[in-house]
Design a binder for this molecule. Structure first.
Ligand code: AMP
Length: 325
């Protein structure tokens, strides 16, 4: 049974996305696992259509360039003809109170209200769309961080409720917490995760940044005035983050990495080199795919076809049992 993971094209992919998720998907994924570019999730807050389209393409190219099998990737909006009706069926199984309890909605809508910007209904209902993503593909495991665990719980509840009320249509999915992968933090503010939609990108290393820009960002990374070259995430979060990045790129334990230096400048130099080396082949493959539009279009079409075929009988069963269609 497949495991399902996604990346939202809400900004250009970061080193955090790569080291924390995509590289592992490529290395540890099983043949039946599925990976998708969740472009529909990127519409829940203000966005630019052309940029969303371009970034979805980049993300697709990145997943393939990272080494994930092309048949295992797809773009979410290519499944709109199936996701639309299934989301409606699931919305009609979901209570308002249940959706309103989602912590991520509460946090994101509070932030938008504070900034006096409208909260989109899509931000409220997107966990149900996420349930449709999962249930349509029959995924039984969904690897998530803390921020998404509640959404997978909702998908479980909706699958159970539908199966109980109307008949067996869905596999009941489970949230799985992947073993600690790299948690990459913002180089300018190590209290925050490195985030592709961060307002200030000075501390964010993007996969497509050129080597000079990567070097500049690492050089300006925040450290501390203690001058102690040890791995102490609580006391020296900036240095610890650099050491973790180095460890993730070189495949060494973080404490062993820390032991090799006597000055912060040396650490930054080593991080710069390691990141450039890690990203160079990836960027080259990605660029090749982005330039070969015929090949990327072919990969996208094939991924959409495989995913659509996989979900077709589940959607048909759900509609039949729900008394529609
Ligand atoms: P998102 O950026 O929310 O679309 O997440 C895509 C994947 O990247 C998820 O599996 C996240 O857990 C992972 N991810 C995002 N940012 C980081 C980060 N700074 N460090 C490690 N993993 C990350």
């Amino acid at each position: 049974m497949p495991r399902l993971s996604a990346i939202t094209p809400s900004g250009p992919a970061t080193l955090g996305n790569y080291l924390g998720a995509i590289r592992r998907w490529a290395r540890e994924g099983r043949p039946g696992d599925l990976y998708f570019v969740s472009d529909l999730h990127g519409m829940t807050t203000p966005y630019h259509p052309q940029r969303l389209r371009a970034r979805s393409r980049e993300m697709l190219a990145l997943l393939v360039a990272a080494g994930i099998e092309p048949e295992q990737v797809f773009v979410q909006s290519d499944l709109l003809p199936q996701l639309g009706p299934l989301t409606w069926v699931l919305e009609c199984s979901c209570s308002f109170g249940e959706a309103a309890r989602m912590t991520q909605f509460k946090e994101k809508s509070a932030a938008r209200e504070l900034a006096a910007t409208p909260v989109r209904v899509g931000l409220f209902t997107y966990p149900v769309l996420m349930a449709a993503d999962i249930l349509l593909q029959g995924a039984d495991e969904v690897p998530v961080g803390d921020d998404q665990a509640q959404h997978v719980e909702l998908a479980r509840a909706l699958a159970r409720r539908f199966n109980g009320a109307y008949g067996e249509a869905f596999v009941v999915p489970e949230a799985v917490t992947p073993p600690a992968a790299a948690r990459v933090r913002d180089l300018s503010d190590p209290s925050r995760k490195m985030d592709k939609s961060a307002r200030d990108s000075a501390g964010v290393l993007f996969v497509m940044d050129d080597p000079d820009l990567l070097a500049r960002k690492v050089r300006r990374a925040v450290t501390d005035g203690l001058g102690r070259l040890e791995y102490r995430p609580d006391e020296q979060p900036g240095l610890a983050n650099l050491l973790e990045i180095l460890a993730a790129c070189t495949g060494q334990p973080v404490r062993a990495v820390a032991a090799g230096f006597s000055a912060y400048g040396e650490v930054k130099k080593a991080v710069t080199e390691a990141v450039i080396d890690e990203l160079r082949p990836l960027r080259e493959r990605m660029r090749g795919l982005l330039e070969d539009t015929t090949e990327l279009d072919r990969i996208r079409k094939r991924g959409a076809m495989v995913a659509t075929d996989r979900g077709a009988h589940r959607l048909a069963t759900a509609l039949r049992l729900a008394g529609v269609g």
